[in-house]
Design a protein around this ligand. Structure first.
Ligand code: ADP
Ligand code: MG
Length: 396
């Protein structure tokens, strides 16, 4: 168990500089923030520190400037959003590693907030350079990590600095992620059902391997199902299949036995377009000119029955090309199934960027137990890997 922000309650925090790694890797459009979700999500941690009189120093990466000061990746557009949300001025520190920078942070008044420029403007960030971690550390007195989505990378602002500033604790967002992804899934209430989909099987083999011994069933949708169909010797037409993973899929089918559940039916079309002619067929009826773009209604019902029956559900990867209706139908149906299971008392957890987008698009994000903010990080946790950014935090 990792130490969380709560544990600092009652400590003399007034005037202390809290160095907070947040995830402000937000989409920008025409120089302003196009989606403020991630900024809003970090507010509970920021407000908690502000209310206790801390000087709050916020740091994040944005995009991939690859160690260069590229203006299109500046975090400056986040400042007005933060100011609006907090109802207070927010200072911006152009060069967090300059000699004057520590003095700038000391000049903050109690409860004031400062945002540092993009951590990835410095090549040392992704190299976890100790010198950069030290320069960063001069700007704070203790460390809070609230950037779960970056915790699977050992970078100067996520790992290196956590050894230098103590205490080093998990912020509220991070704590919630760990509670669900480690807590709920480590000792899941049963039946425990995983739903996996998305574009590729290759990136998710390790997840399937790690989940197999722990779950009661893995329901497979998305293009991933097609590689399994190919492993069963079925015609998959123009579907997205990974030929070099067919053997692995065969092996998983053997090992998984009845735990691996493939869709009973699929929605196929000859082209990926909203007004393409579509057919719902059994997996052994896919014609050579056709491609699978979704699970069909039969398969949705098949999956929903399992989901409603479950006490713990983990979902990663859409069931079809949800970006192009009508091929969103299977994904929306499964999302509804998760909402119903949640109402009935199941713990339901969603991981993965596209899956999170799909559940938001269906308007059901607040009807499941937890939507993880970290795609890669949540999968790595499930695979049983240690996340360097989490491992470096203080143990309870
Ligand atoms: P996540 O981000 O939730 O981990 P992935 O990135 O693995 O999910 O997969 C999401 C993508 O998978 C979506 O862009 C979706 O269009 C695609 N996808 C799902 N089913 C299919 C399919 N049958 N054929 C092609 N692409 C698919
Ligand atoms: Mg994705």
């Amino acid at each position: 168990m990792k130490r969380t922000l709560d544990s600092l309650e009652g400590q003399p925090l007034e005037g202390e500089r809290a160095w907070v790694r947040v995830d402000f890797n937000v989409p920008l459009r025409d120089g302003s923030v196009a989606d403020t979700t991630r900024i809003v999500a970090s507010l509970p941690t920021i407000r908690w520190l502000k209310d206790r009189g801390c000087r709050v120093i916020l740091a994040s990466h944005l995009g991939r400037p690859k160690g260069q000061r590229k203006p299109e990746y500046s975090l400056r557009p986040v400042v007005p959003v933060l100011e609006r949300e907090l109802g207070a001025p927010v200072r911006f520190l152009e060069d967090p590693v300059s000699e004057a920078a520590p003095q700038e942070t000391r000049r903050l008044k109690r409860g004031e907030v400062m945002l540092l420029e993009n951590t990835r403007y410095y090549p040392g960030e992704e190299q976890n350079d100790p010198a950069l971690a030290e320069a960063f550390a001069r700007l704070g007195d203790f460390y809070v990590n609230d950037a779960f989505g970056s915790a699977h990378r050992a970078h100067a602002s996520t790992e290196g600095i956590a050894h230098l500033l103590k205490p080093a604790v998990a912020g509220f967002l991070m704590a919630r992620e760990l509670e669900f992804l480690l807590g709920a899934l480590a000792e899941p209430a049963r039946p425990f059902v995983a739903v996996l989909g998305g574009a590729k099987i290759s990136g998710k083999i390790d997840v399937i391997e790690a989940l197999l011994p722990r779950v009661d069933a893995i329901l497979i949708g998305g293009a991933m199902a097609c590689t399994f169909f190919a492993a069963q010797g079925l015609e998959t037409g123009k579907s997205l299949v990974e030929p070099d993973r067919i053997d692995m899929a065969k092996e998983l089918l053997e090992r998984g036995g009845e735990k691996l559940v493939l869709p009973e039916g699929v929605t196929i079309a000859r082209e990926l377009s909203p007004d393409a002619e579509i057919k719902d067929v059994r997996p052994d009826e896919i014609g050579p000119d056709w491609a699978v773009y979704d699970i069909d209604e039969n398969a949705s019902d098949q999956f929903i029955k399992r989901i409603r029956n479950a006490k713990t559900v983990f979902w990663n990867g859409p069931m079809g090309v949800f970006e192009t209706p009508p091929f969103d139908a299977g994904t929306v149906a499964v999302a509804r199934g998760l909402a119903v299971a949640t109402e009935q008392g199941a713990t339901t957890i969603i991981g993965g960027g596209d899956s999170a987008a799909a559940i938001a698009q269906a308007g059901l994000a607040d009807r499941v137990s937890h939507v993880s903010t970290g795609g890669g990080a949540s999968l790595e946790l499930l695979e049983g890997k240690q996340l360097p950014g989490v491992a470096a935090l203080d143990d309870v």
